[in-house]
Write a protein that binds this ligand. Structure first.
Ligand SMILES: [Zn+2]
Length: 106
């Protein structure tokens, strides 16, 4: 039987009695779409032009740069107990902002 523990508070999560939540975070460089450049909406560019641009771009990137891009990609996975899940969704990045968060249940 698999045993899980919360990645934030380290409390063991007992299957069957505790809710286990999985948080998956993917971090990767954003690839912005090229602006179309045809405000009239006319189809002046053929798809093949697009493909050539793409091949051009790929040819300019050498292997080292491609490896760099892969290295920038991170996929993280955490197990959270129910209490930590509730805190996480309220403040996923753990930012301490000016807004005071009150976790106590009154
Ligand atoms: Zn927890």
């Amino acid at each position: 039987m698999l045993h899980y523990s919360c990645d934030i508070c380290k409390r063991p999560i007992v299957a069957g009695s505790d809710l286990r939540h999985v948080v998956k975070i993917e971090v990767f460089p954003a690839v912005e779409d090229q602006p179309c450049g045809c405000p009239g909406g006319g189809v002046n560019q053929h798809d093949s032009d697009h493909l050539e641009e793409m091949q051009d771009l790929l040819e300019r990137l050498d292997d080292a740069e491609l490896a760099d891009i892969e290295d920038d990609t991170r996929s993280l996975r955490f197990d959270l107990c129910d209490a930590c899940r509730q805190r996480f969704v309220k403040n996923p990045l753990g930012v301490k902002g000016g807004k005071q968060l009150d976790f106590s249940n009154n």
